[in-house]
Design a protein around this ligand. Structure first.
Ligand code: SF4
Length: 81
């Protein structure tokens, strides 16, 4: 269907502008966890609510273990185990 094909080729303007170089992606060993954050934050308009985005937008490099929801990767792992 031409309309859908044309829509797919357009860039997603809701996506985070840092997604091509976000260091958080390298910290995940669990693909499911990373995909959850990408869907919830990185690839949606919700990226503006991301704790990493807030710091990066101010010119500050976020800590590598800071998650979009404001928790740290280590703290989140301990809580889940
Ligand atoms: S984690 Fe945050 S800063 Fe990094 S790409 Fe996703 S929305 Fe952007």
């Amino acid at each position: 269907m031409p309309d859908n094909a044309a829509k797919r080729e357009q860039p997603n303007t809701d996506s985070c502008r840092f997604s091509s170089r976000c260091p958080m992606y390298q910290t995940f060993r669990n693909d499911f966890g990373l995909r959850m954050f990408q869907t919830t934050y990185c690839n949606s308009a919700n990226h503006a609510k991301c704790a990493r985005f807030a710091l990066a937008s101010k010119g500050t490099m976020p800590p590598s273990d800071l998650l979009p929801n404001g928790r740290t990767l280590v703290a989140a792992s301990k809580r889940e185990s």
